[in-house]
Design a protein around this ligand. Structure first.
Ligand code: GLA
Length: 384
């Protein structure tokens, strides 16, 4: 007995070491992970370009779930309760990799190397002209033919107490016409305050434009048969960048006052949308003095009692009302995704910045660290 008591501490130590080995969740090959520690599970989702694709489910202590695939780094759903406690996804998306391979318009995806448009698909940097793929009329949109939304990212479950997923992609020198090997790391974290935090980091070995964003389409009702026209939106921006007929900014920074672009006070999206040709698809110049993390937009829906706050370090916000959605794709709730079924709030630098010396620069140079943060936070007014 005395002997047993003597060995007990050694036995205990051995058990602790064993259990901590089991908690090592940095290995992406695991099909199941220790969800009690990290709140993340991993499911096999198929293969693309010879690489394994997974679906990761992040669950926080409130039971809120965000699903993300490493194909395009896309957020496929975000399941939260509404005011009555009924759960549904506030993000448009699909349940299978096959559906994403049908090239939907960037549903939930990470966008790069340059989010939004570059006019005439070209720019000049340090005296050298660069030609990009013209995949949106004569312009380049969202990184070109095969942007970051159409590649498989390396994924690892972060060893943190809050559920987090780290994605890495190396965009090669010359890819889609851009110069420099660009290492991009994006970390998604689902906090216990029901926030989806997205941190973008990048480094290059040659000067290159970089503008990373996420292209989630939101419908706070959680039901794709409702449009977003009854949602109310506030954007903390006194100005926006007017565009030409191909959606390239004219270069002017224009006041939103007395225009349908004035969302400085909460406004119903449908109120003036008819006076904006094609619907909203513009960049708002956010009111800010520096690049600190700041609340820039609030979206709300009375039907579900849900509210979404957007915080960012970025200078611009592309507010897009899903104008080109046409019912061709079916949402995970079985409903067709029609025009205005959902909207995007893409935090970013201004479109066509590489050709607009007056806009804040998007050029990343060797030795510099690209770092931006955006947080989407859901708040639900529960009915008692
Ligand atoms: C962005 C653009 C839109 C449209 C969508 C994808 O938000 O601003 O014009 O191209 O992507 O359809």
């Amino acid at each position: 007995m005395k002997r047993l008591i003597c060995y007990l501490p050694i036995l205990l130590l051995f058990m602790i070491v064993l259990s901590s080995c089991g908690n090592n969740t940095n290995n992406t090959d695991n099909t199941t992970t220790d969800s009690t520690k990290t709140g993340v599970t991993q499911k096999d989702w198929g293969e693309f370009d010879g690489k394994k694709v997974s679906l990761f489910t992040l669950t926080n202590k409130n039971g809120v779930q965000v699903k993300i695939t490493n194909y395009g780094g896309a957020v496929t759903s975000w399941i939260t309760p509404d005011k009555n406690g009924n759960k549904s996804s506030i993000i448009i998306g699909f349940d299978s990799l096959q559906s994403y391979l049908r090239k939907p318009p960037y549903f939930g995806a990470l966008i790069g190397r340059y989010g939004n448009r570059i006019g005439n698909a070209k720019f000049t940097l340090d005296g050298k002209a660069y030609q990009l793929a013209a995949n949106d009329g004569k312009n380049s949109l969202h990184g070109g033919n095969k942007g970051f939304d159409k590649v498989v990212w390396d994924a690892s479950i972060a060893d943190t107490s809050t559920p987090a997923l780290t994605l890495h992609y190396m965009s090669k020198d010359g890819e889609e016409g851009y110069s420099g090997n660009l290492h991009v790391t994006v970390q998604y974290t689902l906090t216990d305050n029901d926030e989806l935090k997205i941190e973008y980091n990048a480094e290059t070995d040659k000067p290159t434009p970089v503008n990373l964003t996420n292209h989630s389409y939101f419908n706070l009702t959680g039901d794709a048969s409702n449009t977003i026209l009854n949602h109310t939106l506030m954007i903390d921006a006194d100005n926006y960048t007017p565009v030409d007929s191909t959606l390239i900014p004219t270069g002017e920074i224009k006041s939103v006052k007395r225009t349908p672009f004035d969302f400085t006070a909460p406004q119903k999206i449908g109120s003036h949308i008819d006076s904006v040709k094609g619907g909203y698809d513009h960049n708002w110049v956010l009111n800010r003095k520096d690049s600190s993390l700041k609340l820039v937009a609030v979206l709300s829906d009375s039907l579900s009692g849900r509210k979404l706050e957007v915080y960012t370090t970025e200078p611009g916000l592309q507010f897009y009302t899903g104008n080109f959605l046409d019912g061709k794709f079916i949402n995970h709730d079985g409903k067709p995704i029609n025009q205005h079924t959902a909207l995007c709030m893409e935090t970013q630098h201004f479109p066509n910045s590489p050709n607009q010396p007056k806009f804040p620069s998007t050029i990343l140079k060797p030795g510099e660290k690209y770092h931006t943060v955006t947080i989407y936070k859901v708040i639900v007014n529960r009915q008692t």
